[in-house]
Ligand binder design. Structure first.
Ligand SMILES: [Zn+2]
Length: 396
């Protein structure tokens, strides 16, 4: 299904612009009219991270006139493996500022608008209203549902992408002409089921494949060229170098774009997506210690004044990166299968930790259920440990 162009053409291109975009202008389907439409386009990119980096650079290079960036984070060294819009000298700098500098170096004609804030229910409409199209490069479910719902309620199209390890997904959602994200994924996955890239990793170059596909869809929508991927979920598998396409139908029972919507305004997305399962959250109440407390406990243990077993429930490859001294590694899966429970000492207090405190809270719930009632877990995990106690170790 082809759609009319989203954007009217600008009045004219300058001589410099004609020179700059000549390889576009000689494509018959783009031509002068298409390039003028890009010049008049206002595109919002959410996140200047893995997907946002290639997306922003190519949108700018293509001649999109106005680029908005929603980003509140700062550049970290662990970003540079994939977030190519930032460089070594940007570490510690605002990602939005760093992205703006790279964009202007690529194309000084771009009007870059920074929204250095966390997207939330209070600002999402005001920000979205300023743009023709949204490119979603977020990495968490709460923001994805917020983006979807705000886009549906405003009638805006958006290009969605996601990445994990070697696989990516891309689709176009626009409730007026096809399905929305909730039609495809009516409910977020149970907390802890789907690891984030921070927890599970991502092949850096995958961002280029998926981000470039998102920009291609954006250009098609803005200029009215080709067949935008509405109603199609495109799945990229890097290890097979393969794109598969699945049909996505508009769900008549969709909570927001269906016939009898139950979501008619923005909801509480954090609690909708839940950072922790109910069991894990219950188990963690009154049984969470800080890394500072853990550090005290370790000193007491060394003096023979306290006894406990510190168990790291991450994966072996994470344990190789950093660790809390004295910890033993027993991955979360061994608790879920029950294998680990048999190995645990019955006469010592158990202290669990993981990367950030999500997996360890789930394990805590299992251990408490198995009778280890005085077990605790470490809030913030090894990330907090490196941050607050031992900055000599690398974080990830
Ligand atoms: Zn829907």
């Amino acid at each position: 299904m082809s759609l009319p162009p989203l954007v009217e053409p600008a009045d004219e291109l300058t001589i410099d612009e004609v020179r700059r975009y000549s390889r576009h202008l000689i494509i018959p389907e783009v031509g002068m009219a298409g390039q003028k439409r890009l010049k008049n386009s206002k595109v919002l990119v959410i996140g200047a991270g893995g997907l946002g980096s290639p997306a922003l650079l190519y949108l700018a290079a293509a001649g999109v006139g106005t680029l908005g960036i929603v980003e509140f984070d700062t550049v970290d060294e662990s970003n540079l493996q994939r977030q190519i819009i930032h460089g070594q000298s940007d570490v510690g700098k605002s990602k939005a500022q760093s992205a703006k500098e790279s964009i202007l170096e690529t194309n000084p004609n771009t009007n870059v608008v920074l929204h250095e804030t966390r997207l939330d229910n209070d600002n999402v409409f005001e920000i979205f209203e300023q743009y023709d199209l949204i490119v979603d490069g977020t990495d968490n479910f709460a923001t994805r549902y917020l983006v979807n719902d705000a886009a549906v309620l405003l009638g805006k199209p958006y290009v969605w992408g996601s990445i994990f390890r070697f696989d990516g997904q891309v689709s176009v959602f626009w409730a007026e002409h096809g399905p929305c994200y909730r039609c495809l994924y009516p409910e977020p996955p149970p907390p802890g089921m789907v690891p984030s890239c921070a927890e599970g990793g991502v092949l850096g170059v995958l961002c280029a494949s998926v981000g470039a596909a998102q920009v291609t869809e954006a250009i098609k929508l803005l200029t009215g060229i080709g067949d935008p991927s509405l109603g199609r979920l495109n799945i990229y598998e890097a290890l097979d170098l393969n794109w598969r396409t699945l049909k996505v139908r508009k769900d008549p029972n969709c909570a927001i774009c269906g016939e009898n919507p139950t979501v008619t305004e923005l909801i509480d997305y954090e609690s909708f997506c839940g950072a922790l399962t109910e069991e894990a959250a219950d188990a963690a109440v009154g049984s969470t210690i800080s890394v500072k407390q853990l550090s005290e406990w370790i000193k007491l243990k060394d003096n023979g004044e306290k006894d406990f077993v510190l168990i790291d429930v991450r994966e072996p490859n994470e344990y190789e990166i950093n660790k809390i001294p004295g910890s033993v590694l027993i991955p979360k899966a061994d608790f879920q299968t029950g294998v680990a429970l048999e190995k645990l000492p019955q006469d010592k207090q158990l202290v669990f930790h993981c990367k950030s405190g999500v997996r360890s809270a789930e394990v805590l719930a299992i251990a408490k259920g198995a009778g280890f009632s005085d077990a605790v877990h470490v809030g913030g995990g090894v990330v907090a440990w490196v941050d607050q106690i031992d900055p000599s170790q690398p974080s990830y």
